[in-house]
Design a protein around this ligand. Structure first.
Ligand code: MRU
Length: 350
């Protein structure tokens, strides 16, 4: 994809591609305030678990750059300001743990700048935000290599939502696997679920894959079972927003249904995610907070109720493996997940 999804401006603001308008319109937003970034995250102008972490970090750095204090060193007042802004940012969306983790890293960075008597908080925060982005880019590449091993030559892959360059700081997670396998000449075709109600599959994944020369066919979410029954899908690869210690995976609503159907038809089902998406403080997926979005996203008759959860949880026993930057977690369980976190209980990228 030739377009930059996220970037810095010369003045230290964040520049975002507005994903709500894609693929019809390419428009960039310049964001220099925390409230501006919260609005962009809540309204899905920027989206995808890893990318909202990066965007949140950039939003905090941009806000600090615009708040020239003229003081010679980072003060307690600076820390208090950042802490208030960071807590607002953390609440923008609840499910993807990458957001909260990025906010924590920005707070830790500011604390370190305070303790070491640094004068340039904005510079330190920008460096940390860029590091979060760079690490994600590297993790995507590793996920791509690890995941390409499970793709057979001539494979037809089904994916859900959008997990590529529009959702991460790099080539993507599930789409990173697909791009890497495509470069190896292994991909015959990708089916992309439409992904109701906001159509991240039909708008974003179809656009990304087609631009990259990967043959992509969009189906509505309810067609996946029929395709599997017809033997048309070799493997399902999806992303993740938060993974509990036992390997339960929260991802875009509809993922759980796909996993049930895949199990029924004997189709291997993989989730792909960086280590920053694991939350080992949660024993099972039942503890993962699930975002409920506005009723307006689901058009219906006046007076009818709408239930609109943005994510669901797929139990580990339906998942063939989790593809991570630290290797493949086969038959996810507390024991197999803990193997990729030998020392750190609070996982940070290697
Ligand atoms: O609501 P969204 O579009 O932010 O949801 C995104 C997903 O569910 C993705 O599958 C997930 O964040 C992984 S992105 C690499």
């Amino acid at each position: 994809m030739k377009l930059r999804v996220i970037d810095w401006t010369a003045s230290g603001a964040a520049r975002l591609l507005d994903q709500t308008l894609l693929p019809q319109e390419v428009k960039y937003l310049q964001i220099s305030s925390v409230d501006g970034m919260i609005e962009a995250i809540k309204s899905l102008r920027v989206r995808g678990a890893p990318l909202i972490g990066i965007a949140a970090a950039m939003g905090l750095a941009a806000a600090a750059a615009g708040r020239e204090t003229g003081r010679s060193r980072v003060t307690q007042a600076d820390l208090e300001w950042l802490s208030e802004e960071a807590e607002k940012m953390r609440r923008a969306r609840p499910t993807a743990v990458n957001l909260s983790r990025a906010v924590d890293r920005m707070l830790e960075c500011a604390q370190a700048a305070f303790v070491s008597g640094r004068s340039d908080l904005a510079k330190a925060l920008r460096h940390e935000a860029q590091t979060i982005w760079d690490e994600d880019q590297a993790m995507c590449r590793k996920i791509g290599f690890v995941g390409s091993e499970i793709i057979q030559r001539g494979a037809t892959v089904l994916t859900h939502c959008n997990t590529g360059r529009l959702a991460t700081g790099g080539i993507g997670t599930a789409l990173g696997v697909i791009y890497t396998a495509h470069e190896q000449g292994k991909i015959k075709k990708v089916f992309a679920d439409e992904t109701r109600p906001l159509n991240q599959g039909s708008r974003l994944t179809a656009w990304e894959l087609t631009e990259a020369g990967v043959q992509c066919t969009v189906i509505t979410d309810s067609m996946a079972a029929a395709l599997m029954a017809a033997g048309s899908i070799d493997v399902v690869v999806v992303g993740a927003d938060r993974i509990a210690a036992n390997g339960d995976v929260a991802n875009k609503i509809g993922t759980y249904g796909l996993a049930v159907v895949a199990k029924h038809h004997g189709v291997p089902f993989y989730a792909a995610a960086p280590t920053s998406t694991f939350d080992l403080t949660l024993e099972t997926g039942r503890e993962i907070p699930i975002e409920e979005r506005a009723a307006e996203e689901v058009p219906t008759a006046e007076g009818a109720g709408v239930f609109n959860p943005a994510f669901d949880v797929t139990p580990a026993n339906l998942i063939t493996g989790i593809i991570t930057d630290r290797g493949l977690v086969e038959s996810p369980s507390e024991a197999s997940v803990s193997k990729i976190f030998p020392t750190d209980s609070y996982p940070l990228p290697a």
